[in-house]
Design a protein around this ligand. Structure first.
Ligand code: ADP
Length: 751
């Protein structure tokens, strides 16, 4: 029975593989189904092979010997054909190395192949049974030959040729290492078939088929490997979906910013109007809510930038003290009347001017401090900035410690994960998205910094951030001064001409409304072309605010065209909802003078307008007080003729000389007093307004400017009663009178 040696050992390991294979969880794909059939097929073939050999040797003349030998031939042909089908299927996979979860999309193609192979199988089986088969047996060994055996050799040979053709056709796909075993199998099968053909007594084919089936398990078909592969595909699909979601959120956020621009802009403008008390509160609520919404939208934009690796750190020189001051006053406002003590310590030695991304540093600190305010009911918040200086690097160690609700130990490692929020039952009223800390951590890491958190549940938390910033080796005081002198208040730029270009009518309205407060002369253009036409028509502007995203001609393209116009020198500010960090640099590079994000923030607008329009205003003021070289004619009767009660003045001041000196004082005083009166009126600072109009009333009385004294007195009374409406209503009247008086005085003094 030595002839059965191969089969016995084969049946042993195929049995083993079957146990392992069927005990594992598998994914139901066509490949898996074929392989499953292959194992069963090879197992049955082995049994038939053994039975036929046993019968052939022991019961050489039994009537069963010949049919059994033919059955074996049919079985081995079935395995060869099935393996052919397997090779066709695995080489038709769409992606090399990847299994399509819905791989059965080629199902009709595979069905056709299957039917053809099935027909071949039945045809050859029929032939095998119909044509004669010779069995040689000498009691020790047996083998078969004759037409029936030849048919099976022909089928095997054809299949092997087919495998080779398939492999040649799909060689690119099969370059993947995973398919190397297939080449080996073909070689192995070819050798086995030719040995069997030449030495029919060596019963090798079934064992080789079993061996190939066995090897296939470890190389291609291992359910574990397949499962991992499937998981990878699923993971990739999941990540793809996640990316699509982030992209969607980011696009949505961008879209939301545009209408938000109108809400923020109009409500800010509305706040500056005369409103009944109830309406003021409501407008303030609108502003707070839209600012919250803006914060959320910005958070989503930030996180999507971070995930797409698109968030850039934009380094510039900045004043460290100013940054801290801004943060502190912002948080003080956020604390409002919450019973929280806000204690701050900023290291005295912090270099005045640092180089880094101050916008992002501010965002980090504000995020941590805002959380401290949000999650602390009472007690205190300690904000400390310590520094360690090494050569030209300043390590800022920023800590924010609170006596708030604290964080449970099990939540600590999820703290920096986006959209994670804890203690929601308790926190139901605390607003938040769970994005703040995820963004904070990413920002810190983008700056090569570190963030750590310590917290005791229900006692408090401490967040510490360490970030290195370059120390600027410049004339610090001068630069710091420069950085500190950004104006941040509405001012009057009467006479300045500003052109706003935007394709969205509402945006134009918002910009026009915001600009109205500066009393500038506003022109609107609905397209880049209209802007160019206006400039070509010779209209001159002091400043152009230009939206970038416009159809037909973008803001950037319009700017390029403007620059080609000879003599064009107007500063142009990019106005866009593209509020992504790095945009400023992009727009400056494109040739814009500055960048203003929508929704337009009043403070930023103040800073930008003061930078480009204030000079102009100063010129206008100078104009009013321009030196006049005419010879002075100090005849007081001129003043009398112009309605000034000089007598009254002389009565109070004693003599002409004192009167004239007082006139000069009045003129000089007015140069500083008038802009201040204007400023206090805009700020609705009635207390200070009252002080100045009171002074103007007194001066006017002494000098006999009775109408001006009277008007000033009315304004004084109104402002003392905080009657802003009166002041607004009669302001022009007061200013007209001041103007008249000042012109008279100037002419009189020859100034
Ligand atoms: P948000 O505050 O918008 O929910 P964050 O990412 O800033 O999102 O914070 C995530 C969560 O971490 C918060 O919801 C809160 O549960 C917890 N947390 C953050 N800071 C503190 C803190 N200072 N004290 C207690 N819990 C905090």
């Amino acid at each position: 029975m030595t002839s059965l040696f191969f089969q016995i050992s084969s049946i042993f390991y195929i049995g083993l593989i079957m146990i392992i294979y069927f005990s594992k969880k598998k994914i139901n794909t066509l490949e898996n189904r074929i392989y499953r059939t292959l194992i069963i097929d090879v197992f049955i073939t082995l049994i038939i092979d053994m039975a036929s050999v046993y019968f052939g040797i022991v019961y050489k003349d039994s009537i069963l010997t010949n049919p059994l030998a033919k059955l074996y031939l049919v079985a081995i042909v079935s395995w060869i054909i099935l393996f052919t089908y397997y090779i066709i299927v695995i080489s038709s996979r769409k992606n090399k190395g990847h299994i399509e979860i819905n791989e059965d999309e080629n199902i009709s193609y595979f069905n056709r192949i299957f039917l053809i192979l099935l027909a071949v199988f039945f045809g050859s089986s029929l032939l095998i049974f119909l044509v004669p088969l010779e069995v040689y047996s000498d009691g020790k060994m047996m083998y078969t030959f004759g037409p029936s055996a030849t048919i099976s050799y022909v089928i095997a040979g054809m299949c092997i040729i087919l495998w080779i053709l398939i492999l040649i056709r799909n060689r690119k796909k099969l370059e993947n290492k995973k398919y190397w075993p297939v080449y080996a199998f073909i070689l192995l099968a070819t050798i086995a078939v030719s040995i069997q053909f030449n030495f029919p007594d060596i019963l090798l084919v079934t064992s080789v088929a079993a061996f190939i089936t066995f090897l296939t398990y470890f190389t291609i078909e291992n359910p574990d490997l397949k499962m991992i592969e499937q998981l990878n595909v699923a993971k990739e699909q999941g990540e793809k979906a996640n990316r699509a979601k982030t992209e969607f959120l980011s696009n949505m956020s961008h879209e939301i910013r545009t209408p938000l621009n109108a809400i923020v802009g109009f409500s800010q403008a509305l706040k500056e109007e005369e409103l009944p008390n109830s309406a003021i509160e409501e407008v303030e609520d609108i502003i707070t809510s839209s600012n919250n919404l803006l914060e959320i939208v910005n958070g989503i934009l930030d996180i999507s930038k971070i995930e797409a690796n698109k968030l850039e750190i934009v380094n510039t020189e900045y004043s460290s003290k100013k940054l801290m001051k801004e943060v502190i006053s912002l948080i003080q406002a956020r604390i409002g009347d919450k019973p929280l003590e806000f204690r701050t310590y900023i290291d005295e030695d912090i270099p005045s001017v640092l180089y880094g991304d101050h916008v992002r540093i501010k965002q980090i600190i504000v995020n941590l401090l805002t959380n401290a305010v949000k999650y602390t009911k009472e007690g205190h918040i300690d904000f400390k900035v310590n520094t360690v200086i090494q050569e030209d690097i300043c390590r800022m160690i920023i800590s924010v410690e609170d006596t708030g609700i604290g964080i449970k130990e099990e939540d600590m490692n999820k703290l920096f994960t986006k959209f994670e929020r804890f203690e929601l039952e308790k926190n139901i009223t605390t607003e938040g998205t769970g994005l703040g800390l995820a963004i904070t951590k990413s920002l810190v890491e983008l700056m090569n910094g570190k963030i750590v958190v310590q917290s005791i549940y229900q006692k408090g938390s401490k967040f510490t951030v360490a970030i290195d910033q370059k120390i600027v080796q410049k004339d610090i005081s001068e630069l710091e001064q420069e950085l500190n002198t950004e104006e941040n208040q509405i001012f009057i730029a009467e006479g300045s001409k500003v052109l706003v270009v935007d394709d969205n009518k509402i945006n134009l309205k918002v910009a026009a409304r915001l600009l109205k407060d500066y009393q500038v002369d506003i022109t609107l253009a609905i397209s880049g072309q209209e802007c160019i036409d206006k400039v070509l028509n010779g209209e001159e502007y002091d400043l152009i605010l230009m939206d970038d995203m416009m159809p037909k001609m973008t803001g950037t393209q319009t700017l390029q065209n403007l620059k080609n116009i000879i003599g064009f020198q107007t500063p142009v500010i990019a106005l866009t909802a593209n509020a992504i960090t790095g945009m400023r640099v992009k727009y400056m590079k494109a040739g814009f003078n500055d960048y203003l994000a929508k929704p337009i923030d009043r403070n930023t607008l103040n800073i930008i307008l003061s930078k480009y329009l204030k000079k102009k205003t100063e010129e206008v003021i100078k104009d009013v007080f321009i030196e006049n070289n005419e010879e002075p004619n100090l005849d007081l009767s001129i003043l009398k003729k112009q309605g000034i009660d000089v007598e009254h003045g002389l009565e109070l001041l004693g003599d002409e000389e004192t009167y004239i000196m007082t006139l000069e004082d009045f003129l000089n005083e007015s140069k500083t007093r008038l802009p201040k009166i204007e400023e206090y009126r805009i700020q609705k600072d009635m207390a200070n307004y009252a002080i100045l109009v009171h002074a103007m009333k007194s001066d006017s009385k002494y000098l006999g400017f009775m109408k001006l004294a009277d008007l000033s007195y009315q304004h004084e009374l109104a402002s003392k009663e905080n009657n802003n409406a009166f002041v607004e209503e009669h302001y022009d009247e007061l200013m007209n009178e001041v103007g008249t008086i000042l012109t008279i005085v100037k002419n009189f003094l020859g100034k």
